[in-house]
Design a protein around this ligand. Structure first.
Ligand code: 0GY
Length: 296
């Protein structure tokens, strides 16, 4: 294995003190490769070491989770084979979010649905993708299979610029990592205020209360993240989901202990009712809606 391939995950994460409720879903994680079977995209902006489904599912069990939502990582471009493979070998315990060429046919979208995908992701981070064509994204968002949603990944400084684009998407939106606010500003800071305004503009915008490791430069125990995010989870408790972000793409310098990430959950969702919504009810509604009797 080449030394140039990035290792971004903790080799021996601690056992969390917090026990997730039965049926808990890690709703934001990825797989990388294995490269020999699923080569990375020629356009990949990072070249990670293999982090396949066996490792992901071992971590799921170690952390006390029941299921995963696997988000296609940018290093695999628009070839979803690695993610589909992971879903296929999960024994029904994973579903996914795809990244597609906006020119994808209805037939291919249907195949992705059959393979367990329930949404597509639009990535606006310049360090991860070469282009993000808004008009083409809107076009494909208009012809997604029934029940699908769009996941959007952007940084706080382009939230306002993206508002007309997001307004034009006719299916539910799920915002990765809350649009990466500066959590050192606190719960009433400009970034959190702008994000709340976005959530208030539509009742079908969901978000991931994820990635203290990415959003809180002070590092563990991620106090700024906890104090900024807890009020958001309390105020929008029916629209928030959670995930580890394993294998933490690109996090070479501050690789988080996944057990410590799980121990953040009671700090942002202090009651059992909030924990159930965050980890079970809300992600089930998005990814296994047939279990809620609301769709397929
Ligand atoms: C994340 C964040 C990142 C990477 C990706 O698809 C990806 O490569 O999502 C990042 O580098 O910020 O959510 O996994």
């Amino acid at each position: 294995m080449s030394e140039d391939r990035i290792l971004s995950w903790h080799s021996a994460p601690s056992k969390p003190r917090f026990t997730p409720p039965p049926g808990a879903i890690d709703a934001h994680c990825h797989v990388f490769g294995p490269m020999a079977q699923f080569p990375f995209s020629a356009k990949a902006k990072y070249l990670p070491q293999d982090a396949g489904p066996d490792k992901l599912f071992a971590l799921r069990d170690h952390l006390g989770f029941a299921r995963n939502v696997i988000v296609q990582a940018s290093c695999h471009g628009t070839d979803n084979a690695a993610t589909l493979h992971a879903i296929a070998v999960s024994e029904g315990k994973a579903r996914g979010v795809a990244v597609v060429d906006p020119a994808i046919s209805e037939e291919e979208l249907h195949k992705l649905h059959e393979g367990g995908m329930r949404g597509i992701r639009f990535n606006f981070l310049k360090r991860l993708v070469d282009d993000a064509p808004k008009d083409k994204f809107i076009e494909v968002a208009r012809r997604l299979p029934a029940g699908w949603h769009v996941v959007i990944y952007f940084e706080a400084d382009i939230l306002e610029e993206l508002r007309p684009f997001m307004d034009a998407i006719p299916v539910p939106l799920v915002i990765d990592h809350m649009g990466r606010p500066d959590v050192s500003q606190g719960p009433d800071g400009a970034d959190m205020k702008a994000f709340r305004k976005l959530l208030d503009s539509r009742d079908d915008i969901w978000f991931k209360a994820t990635c203290p490791d990415r959003l809180d430069p002070a590092g563990p125990p991620w106090d700024d993240f906890a104090r900024s995010v807890a009020p958001l989870v309390a105020d929008y408790s029916d629209r928030v989901i959670w995930g580890t972000d394993w294998p933490h793409p690109n996090m070479q310098d501050a690789i988080p202990d996944d057990g410590s990430l799980v121990d953040m959950i009671p700090r942002i969702a202090p009651t059992q009712e909030l924990q159930r919504k965050l980890l079970v009810t809300n992600p089930t509604l998005l990814y296994w809606p047939e279990e809620m009797g609301t769709g397929s």
